[in-house]
Design a protein around this ligand. Sequence first.
Ligand SMILES: *Cc1c(COP(=O)(O)O)cnc(C)c1O
Length: 434
Amino acid sequence: MTSDTDVFDRMESEVQSYARSFPVLFSKAKGSYLYDEEGNAYLDFLAGAGTLNYGHNNPVLKEKLIAYLSEDYIVHGLDMHTVAKRDFLDMFEEVILKPREMNYVMQFTGPTGSNAVEAALKIARNIKGRSNIITFTNGFHGVSLGSLAVTGNSHHRDAAGVELNGATVMPYDGYMGNGFDTTEYIDKQLSDSSSGIDHPAAVIVETVQGEGGINAASFEWLRNLEKLCRKHDMLLILDDIQAGCGRTGNFFSFDEVGIEPDIITLSKSLSGYGLPFSVVLMRPELDQWKPGEHNGTFRGHNPAFVTATAAIDHYWRDDSFASEVQKKGDIIQERFREIASQYDDHWFYVTGRGMMQGLVCRDGELADAITTEAFKHRMVLETSGADDQVIKTLCPLTISEEDLQRGLDIIAESVEAVMKDKVKQDKRSGLSVA
Ligand SMILES: *Cc1c(COP(=O)(O)O)cnc(C)c1O
């Protein structure tokens, strides 16, 4: 690599993470590809960790953004009324909320997902007058202190520096194996006045756990969870920051589930262009904020309103984009199953929903070897899960079927290359392999 990257070692904090997995100097990006300074193309199956659902520099969104900027419309306006904000609210109400008969008000929080989660937790605690929040094993909700308290990952939790309070962790769907509905266990705990669990204000949940390993909750479990919330007077906070905005095959990841969360958080792909943007949706009666009680300098970034409005207008007015996503999700899942079926059961299995699919590897080392191999073929592919053992697909939803197949081919070839060595090693050490 001829690119000069010394300054990153010299100047940038050791906290950098993705840069370590993909140690090249990226320069440009278009659609499903990233380009380095020499112009080499990298197929992007990470896509901003789910932030670029409509691809890099989507031309439809870019055109609106450039026009907005070149006409000197407002870029920063605190939380004042602007034309861009009005257009976004109108569009979101008309195209997303009304057809679903959803009645919510919207709070613009600071620009990160964590900011939205913090606001959601505050709302729930203040409304219910209780501090405890139920969260789930392998849940990820951000790394600011409040959102970290409801996050499972010990690598992140250990960096907090203070005690993380106000949360009780419960087993997510599937955590105790098949045939065990963990909502029954939670119900038992909450019904027992001596269980030691303080009455929670709310439950916070992802329908598909992104950072936690692409664990997809069953619809039945999610419906039981909603019932549990009603039974025990807890608010249901649905964190749709990663699984939402189309990733699972509909705008909201719970669209087909038939539940009505009290509070919804959205971020990542909401602006559609990679511009930071987060919101909290809440049932109107929960909106008991006093003016300015929760604030922030960057609440509602106007250029993000512009691209978010364009994305909703272009992709969500009818079902055609949603069914395209579902179809591509099936292609990924089918291919992953085919890959997994070539080896003994203990090597791989497939998890996920829509275009949020995971190839679960026996361990993190195997997953890392596969994604490292894929990067040699100029593919950006990441892992998630407690031990980084899950290879996840977060490619743009707009990816062409040709590029999708190309990516899946690279994954299949990388698995094959890595497994060749593995199988040899295991044979030598006397383990049975397929
Ligand atoms: C990424 C993510 C967050 C945190 O968003 P940040 O912008 O990184 O603060 C919260 N919840 C979920 C489900 C996420 O995937």
